[in-house]
Write a protein that binds this ligand. Structure first.
Ligand SMILES: Cc1ncc(COP(=O)(O)O)c(C=O)c1O
Length: 400
């Protein structure tokens, strides 16, 4: 039923696009000079350096936090932050199922047990009502994930936390520059963690940052990252067991230069996301994720969207993703819910935790609906985005 010109590229037709879309990371002379300055200083580790110290101050300011503690990545940053707010073996921590595995594996690495509160299918964000329903006498903390860079309803999360005496560690790995009702995320809860891994809105290839407003938590973040040392203490004075999780000066120099670009890049992505949403939603079967009304700044790390057209005879989601990739449009199929991950389930069992509950919204999102574009598409021109929309429209109209 398809003609030669409109047949899908996956069936041998002409692809909509043959060149890559968008570029990430963006860099120039500023980054070259910053890295050379760190290199020529001859001080590459942060102990005697200045770049990591500056980054901690400037990044904390960006997220309106009193303290920033740089680290090697967000996975370890989350483990350290969870430990620093008092989580330990056997404590339960409520996490969303629709996230990167590190949200749960960081808890398991310190012996804490993730339990799951399902997401809202229209936003893919953890739902405060479901968090409340998941609280047990063993629950000690909530780890909301600002998925895709969209802040979670932090009023709702903090309200549940206050009423049940729970700690909150924000997984802000994807949410640089994001804000809930005008408050930058990260230190709305007790602590928050950001990632600087290659694909993130601020990157040095790898890296992470922990933030907090609480001076006691700050001391612990610093200490666990520094092999259990004490600020101002002797080099071989280890007051607790910790790890060496320090960032290098070269990474921090690069991040300081990249940080200058962040506001403009975030504004470009915000505009591009609005442009993309308006056009995608004109295609039958395509539904954009809802952005909660309290989101006053979104980092637009990834662009997840819902394909509901399979019910009307269109391609099932995985085939849709393959067809779109064949059209020259990089298309992801979203997370596999971590409540279903075998490694996570085995470790929960080994630690004596309860079997993870089913999370129907996250599981349906994965099985049937969610497709995603990565950040470079939101850094691209309108003409590039028009190609994306043309390809989605072409695949969405196809009837097998
Ligand atoms: C939601 C979330 N949490 C944690 C992480 C872990 O970050 P990192 O790769 O810096 O360890 C990521 C990174 O992909 C993430 O997306």
């Amino acid at each position: 039923m398809t003609t030669a010109t409109t047949s899908l590229a996956i069936h041998g037709g002409d692809p909509v696009r043959t060149t890559p879309i968008g570029q990430w990371p963006e860099f120039g002379l500023e980054e070259e000079e910053a890295i050379l300055a760190a290199l020529r200083s001859g001080i590459w580790g942060s102990i005697d350096g200045t770049f990591v110290d500056r980054l901690e101050v400037e990044f904390a300011e960006l997220q309106a936090a009193k303290h920033g503690v740089a680290t090697v990545n967000a996975t370890m940053g989350l483990a350290v932050a969870m430990k620093s707010v008092g989580l330990g073996p056997g404590d339960e921590v409520i996490v969303p199922p629709y996230t990167f595995i590190a949200t749960a594996s960081a808890a398991l690495m310190i012996g804490a047990i993730p339990t799951f509160a399902d997401v809202d299918p229209e936003t893919l964000l953890i739902d405060p009502d479901r968090i409340e329903a998941a609280v047990t006498p063993r629950t000690k903390a909530i780890v909301p994930v600002h998925h895709g860079g969209s802040p979670v309803d932090m009023d709702g999360v903090m309200d549940v936390a206050r009423r049940h005496g729970l700690r909150v560690v924000e997984d802000a790995a994807q949410a640089h520059g994001a804000a809930w009702r005008g408050r930058p995320v990260g230190a709305i809860g007790d602590a928050g963690v950001f990632s600087f891994q290659s694909s993130k809105p601020l990157t040095a290839g790898e890296g992470g940052m922990m933030v907090t407003n609480d001076p006691e938590i700050d001391e612990l973040l610093w200490s666990y990252r520094n092999v259990g040392r004490r600020r101002g203490g002797e080099w071989y004075q280890h007051v607790r067991l910790g790890w060496n999780l320090r960032m290098t000066e070269l990474q921090a120099a690069l991040l300081l230069a990249q940080m200058k670009r962040l506001p403009d890049q975030q504004a470009r992505r915000t505009e591009a996301a609005a442009y993309l949403t308006e056009r995608l939603e004109a295609i039958p079967g395509v539904v954009a994720l809802k952005v909660p009304e309290g989101v006053t700044a979104h980092s637009w790390y990834t662009y997840h969207w819902r394909w509901l057209g399979a019910r009307a005879g269109g391609l099932p989601k995985m085939e849709f993703a393959r067809a779109l990739r064949a059209e020259g449009i990089p298309c992801l199929h979203g997370y596999v819910p971590i409540n279903r991950n075998e490694a996570v389930r085995a470790e929960i069992k080994r630690l004596g935790g309860a079997e993870p509950v089913a999370c129907p919204a996250a599981e349906k999102a994965d099985a049937e609906e969610i497709l995603a574009f990565s950040m470079p598409i939101l850094m691209a021109t309108h003409a590039d985005i028009d190609d994306v929309v043309r390809a989605v429209d072409k695949v969405a109209r196809y009837r097998p």
